[in-house]
Design a protein around this ligand. Structure first.
Ligand code: BTN
Length: 249
């Protein structure tokens, strides 16, 4: 039985051209979107009121507090362009927050975190779906955030910065901006998206540390290449970094 027939009671609600399914409780919305991508519906979004096993990049947990947004987008994309997704999706969060409050201090952190006043408000996890599908899971802290001192980065939420919106309003606004940025990329390529992202990147031109599982590398963050790899200059050489956790000095 197809996944959607199995979820026959789940009502689909269209936001622009995205088919949105809101579930009560899931393990991870990324897993649900992955399963749904078998049904071959391009531009599908799964959200959930409660997410019990939210995951983040590089095997981290995503602390999922009720009232926050957990949304996974399934879309078909040529795997050669996979690197652009994190820039499009994170820039769209940036643009949305600026639309809410143009005075906010918001910075983008490679590859796809959004920081407000130096605290993480949102994260993105990109995984492979069925066939040509990729799943982009976004978490946005709306009403609450983890306060555990062992977290890698301090966190915050929209309520903390006086933005009072609920999950549905945020999703609607986000999809509107996301579609605009996806269109821009399709029509004009990655360059403009990359420029806008870099304009708002934290610590461009400064020294950063990129940590991997067993080692780290320090250098000057000089940009990103056409595939979205981070460019780090060290002793006159430019290293291209595909994955890692960035820290600021
Ligand atoms: C990160 O910052 O490491 C990425 C966090 C991604 C969290 C979102 S919440 C919706 C989707 N479902 C998941 O299990 N993870 C992503």
């Amino acid at each position: 039985m197809s996944y959607l027939k199995n979820k026959i009671n789940t009502k689909v609600n269209y936001i622009e051209d995205w088919a949105c399914f809101e579930l009560e409780e899931v393990g991870s919305t990324n897993d649900e979107a992955k399963a749904m991508s078998k049904d071959d519906i391009d531009k599908l979004v799964v959200t959930a009121k409660r997410q019990l096993s939210g995951r983040g990049r590089r095997g981290h947990e995503w602390v999922s507090m009720e009232g926050n947004l957990f949304a996974s987008f399934a879309l078909k994309i040529d795997p050669r362009h996979i690197g652009v997704l994190s820039f499009i999706f994170s820039l769209s969060i940036f643009d949305m927050l600026k639309r809410f409050d143009s005075e906010l201090d918001i910075k983008l952190k490679w590859p796809n975190d959004v920081l407000v006043y130096n605290r993480k408000i949102s994260g993105i996890l990109i995984e492979k779906g069925e066939g040509e599908y990729f799943i982009v899971g976004i978490g946005i802290n709306i009403v609450n955030y983890p306060k555990n001192v062992n977290l890698k980065y301090d966190a915050t939420c929209l309520k903390n910065i006086n933005i009072q919106k609920d999950r549905n309003e945020i999703l609607r606004e986000y999809i509107n901006i996301l579609n605009r940025n996806l269109e821009q990329w399709k029509n004009f390529g990655f360059e403009k998206i990359k420029d806008n992202w870099l304009k708002n990147a934290k610590n461009l031109g400064q020294e950063i540390v990129v940590k991997f599982d067993n080692n780290e590398i320090k250098g000057i963050f000089i940009g990103v290449d056409e595939n979205g790899y981070l460019l780090l200059e060290k002793n006159g050489q430019v290293e291209k970094i595909y994955a890692g956790d960035v820290f600021y000095i």
